[in-house]
Design a protein around this ligand. Structure first.
Ligand SMILES: Nc1nc2c(c(=O)[nH]1)N=C([C@H](O)[C@H](O)COP(=O)(O)OP(=O)(O)OP(=O)(O)O)CN2
Ligand code: ZN
Length: 147
């Protein structure tokens, strides 16, 4: 949620950047355990991403806030998440559009972008709030450049 205090991630990078984003999207969870959430319904997702690094780029950025927003909100806003078949499918529970999987997919999208930047920042944490009472924090097991 915008202006919420987020869980902290431990690291030793000199710079830590956080970007809040939000997007409106529909989804359904294709498993009977999801109950009513098997039906298409919508949320305003609130996302916070945490990025660390020791070097800035030629703009003085660790990574451009606007690029992060485009990668996440720009891709998902006003869409049905299940339609993103490069990311989500109904065959594998690790690819269902649950809050947990959405958080991990956002991490993967962002880290793939960071990997091509010369200053090599790392995504340390992705926070996804799906409802006023439900959120997930995803942290990669191994941070790429060991902050
Ligand atoms: N571990 C998970 N459990 C559930 C997920 C999920 O992604 N991961 N998703 C859903 C539904 O899609 C939906 O988001 C409902 O969430 P829920 O917290 O149950 O929302 P409610 O508004 O019904 O909850 P309140 O306790 O009334 O606020 C379900 N489970
Ligand atoms: Zn839902």
């Amino acid at each position: 949620m915008i202006q919420q205090i987020y869980p902290q991630v431990q690291h030793s990078y000199s710079y830590e950047l956080n970007k809040d984003m939000h997007f409106a999207a529909a989804h359904f969870v294709p498993h009977e355990a999801a109950g009513k959430c098997q039906n298409i319904h919508g949320h305003t997702y609130f996302v916070n991403v945490t990025i660390g690094g020791d070097e800035l780029d030629e703009s003085g950025f660790l990574v451009n806030f606007q690029v992060l927003k485009k990668l996440v909100s720009g891709q998902f806003d006003h869409t049905l998440l299940n339609d993103h078949d490069q990311l989500f499918n109904e065959q594998n529970a690790n690819d269902f559009p649950t809050t947990e999987v959405i958080a991990r997919k956002i991490y993967e999208l962002i880290q793939a972008h960071l990997d091509v930047l010369p200053n090599k920042p790392s995504c340390l944490q992705v926070f996804v709030r799906e409802t006023p009472t439900s959120y997930v924090v995803y942290r990669p097991k191994q941070v790429r450049n060991h902050g």
